[in-house]
Ligand binder design. Structure first.
Ligand code: HEC
Ligand code: HEC
Length: 438
């Protein structure tokens, strides 16, 4: 595509390399304040709080929780994992700056996109959080078979554009339209570090009648291998690096080494050619360290601490027993283990995510969009950690309370829901008190 002069850091660096002046950059912090909004001041994460003299009551039973001793950080939302090396902490802070940076048209934003930065959507409770922001997916369902209408720009709609002439719309051919709300990224590095085999093992466990669960198999753009998906409402990506690359292209229109081709507005490549003025690949490596924005943002997410576990109370402990009795824990498995990992803070840790990371047929709660090996009614068990920091619940954000979210369960979770509805008011309050500690 045509080269146009650019003010973006990426293009500026590329230009500097061409001019042979990059050595000067040594004296500068490599992540200069480029891009319109000044990011909030970067603070080093607070050190982990000292252990209290009397340890807080731990949940009873096999639930290890996500902040127990010797496990993972108790840091507040948006902080780094505890136990990182200085270099890892620097990569976290560096990646966070990119996560907060608004992309510019000159730097490659668009031509069609959903927002200008990761944090524009992921900010509830701290940088990297969920939000009420939704994106739209569309397709055409005929005789139960879902067609993502790729030739018309599906299934993900890019709702904004750098020029009104190329704004994408949901095409008239679409008869299935769903919204998906933004998920939180706290603790994502721990989920990334869970071995595929651990997720597969979950399918082999004996389950109560009516509950199954299957893995999402995805062709990983990073390794080229088949991997077990675990990120997104449909478990549609296997790694944070792949998700970061996917989001740079599909949410912001920034082409990168894993996704080198721009999305054409409603599939119209001629229109794309007229408005796409920045040469692909847009996310080029920083010559100082060889990293691209995709790499940096993946580092940030990898080192993001898991939500701290709230303090257990008598009510929440009673609620935990109900959670188990109602088979909630069959899908929302309290813990999984990471494998051996080069990052010590991620290696062989107990992850208190409250999910089996499997797809379940949720019946009427499915979103109608087939994606990869996930069918139209299949949804990934939503991890319940950090539930209390979420602004809305369920894949489309339809639930304004946790109670509403549970009452919408159907399909494989039908029996759990029916038993939830039959609880006494006291029991229900106890169960909700438990969920509020996750
Ligand atoms: C327009 C809003 C928006 C922007 C911008 C955005 N996201 Fe997201 N993000 C979402 C939504 C919505 C989901 C859930 C999507 C789904 O599952 O289909 C999501 C999910 C994710 C997930 C999966 C987490 C999980 O629960 O498994 C990751 C990782 C992620 N985003 C990273 C990023 C990164 C990195 C950026 C910036 C490069 C970014 N996102 C930009 C809205 C956004
Ligand atoms: C068959 C597996 C299964 C069972 C059993 C199950 N869930 Fe879920 N749960 C899911 C799936 C899948 C989702 C994501 C649903 C969606 O939005 O599409 C979910 C979502 C949730 C959410 C919303 C999370 C969010 O991030 O929006 C809550 C809260 C929840 N479940 C609680 C419970 C409770 C409490 C029980 C027991 C009464 C239970 N679940 C039983 C699979 C299950």
């Amino acid at each position: 595509m045509i080269f146009s002069p650019s003010l973006s850091r990426r293009a500026a660096l590329a230009g500097a390399v061409l001019a042979g002046t990059i050595v000067q950059a040594q004296a500068q912090p490599p992540r200069g304040p480029v891009g319109p909004p000044t990011p909030p001041p970067v603070q080093a994460p607070a050190p982990a709080p000292q252990p209290a003299p009397t340890p807080a009551p731990q949940p009873a039973g096999p639930v290890a929780g996500n902040g127990g001793p010797g496990q993972i950080g108790r840091a507040g939302l948006g902080n780094a994992l505890t136990g990182l090396t200085d270099a890892q902490l620097a990569a976290f802070i560096d990646g966070r700056a990119d996560f907060r940076t608004a992309e510019t048209v000159a730097g490659g934003l668009g031509p069609i996109f959903n927002d200008v930065s990761c944090v524009a959507c992921h900010d509830a409770g701290g940088t990297g959080g969920a939000s009420r922001r939704t994106v739209t997916r569309f397709g055409r369902t005929v005789n139960g078979v879902f067609d993502p209408l790729e030739h018309l720009g599906g299934s993900l709609l890019q709702a904004r554009s750098i020029n009104p002439a190329i704004r994408e719309v949901v095409p008239p051919e679409a008869n299935t339209v769903a919204r998906r709300v933004t998920t939180p990224l706290f603790g994502a590095g721990l989920i990334d570090a869970i071995p595929d085999s651990a997720i597969v093992a979950g399918t082999l466990q004996r389950k109560p009648a009516g509950i199954a669960g299957k893995v999402s198999v995805v062709k990983d753009v990073v390794s080229g291998q088949n991997r077990i998906g675990r990120f997104g409402w449909k478990a549609q990506q296997a790694t944070l690096l792949a998700f970061a690359a996917d989001a740079y292209l599909n949410e912001m229109g920034i082409t990168n080494r894993f996704f080198p081709t721009e999305n054409a507005p409603n599939g119209n490549t001629a229109l794309l050619a007229r408005f796409d003025r920045v040469a692909d690949i847009e996310d080029v490596a920083d010559p100082l360290d060889g990293k691209t924005d995709v790499d940096r943002v993946a580092d940030f997410m990898r080192y993001l601490a898991a939500p701290a576990r709230g303090t257990a109370t008598a009510a929440s402990l009673a609620g935990e027993a109900i959670f188990n009795r109602l088979d909630c824990a069959v899908c929302h498995t309290p813990t999984m283990r990471t494998g051996r990992h080069p990052v010590a803070a991620l290696s062989e840790k107990t992850v208190g995510l409250y999910s089996d990371l499997l797809l379940h047929d949720m019946g009427t709660l499915g979103d109608g969009i087939a994606q990869g090996t996930a069918g139209a009614r299949d949804m990934r068990t939503a991890p319940l950690w950090g539930l209390r920091a979420r602004p809305v619940w369920l894949h489309d954000g339809r639930a304004n309370t946790v109670d509403e979210a549970v009452r919408a369960h159907a399909g494989e979770a039908q029996s759990s829901r029916v038993r939830y509805e039959a609880l006494s008011a006291t029991e229900r309050t106890q169960l909700l008190a438990f969920l509020d500690t996750l």
